[in-house]
Design a protein around this ligand. Structure first.
Ligand SMILES: [Zn+2]
Length: 162
């Protein structure tokens, strides 16, 4: 119930023109599931557009939150918990790190974090380029860097921010 009422509140305060601004900024793609959002879909349908209010990782108290475009259903599902950003099922990765939390930590503390292990160099390269592409939409304006290191018959992908 709490989740539903939150979604309704957001719809009330975000007018259609605000939604257009948020939608164009995010290229009419859902920032949570990365699938296209139809600008003409009803805002009351599950796949319709909605604005997801997101507190920036670096944000301290009083900082404005960023509006991101999400499917209504993805936004409602999220509620107050941290967004879940899934790795693509087409990738061969083991021990994939939670993408959103990792990015937040890197923005806060910097450094370099291991995000996945792959069975071959080719798999690691594919996963790394998928991740960079995904992050270009998840955190626009931030430049990420990946590094692949071989060891123990596996290929480790590390992520950092330039
Ligand atoms: Zn979505």
């Amino acid at each position: 119930m709490a989740l539903l009422s939150r979604a309704r509140v957001i719809e009330k305060v975000v007018s259609m023109s605000d939604l257009d601004v948020v939608g164009s900024k995010d290229g009419w793609r859902c920032w949570l599931c990365d699938a296209p959002v139809d600008p003409d879909a009803s805002v009351n349908s599950d796949l319709g557009p909605s604005a997801d209010s997101y507190q920036d990782a670096k944000g301290k108290k009083g900082t404005a939150s960023t509006e991101r475009l999400a499917h209504r259903a993805c936004n409602t599902k999220r509620g107050k918990i941290a967004p879940v950003v899934s790795w693509s099922n087409d990738l061969l990765v083991s021990d994939p790190a939670p993408i959103f939390e990792t990015v937040e930590r890197l923005l806060r503390k910097g450094g370099r974090e291991a995000v996945a292990r792959c069975p071959s160099q080719a798999d690691a390269e594919q996963a790394a380029s998928w991740l960079l592409d995904r992050l270009s939409r998840l955190a626009p304006g931030t430049i990420f860097h990946t590094e692949i290191t071989a060891g123990g018959g596996q290929y480790l992908i590390k992520l950092s921010i330039e």
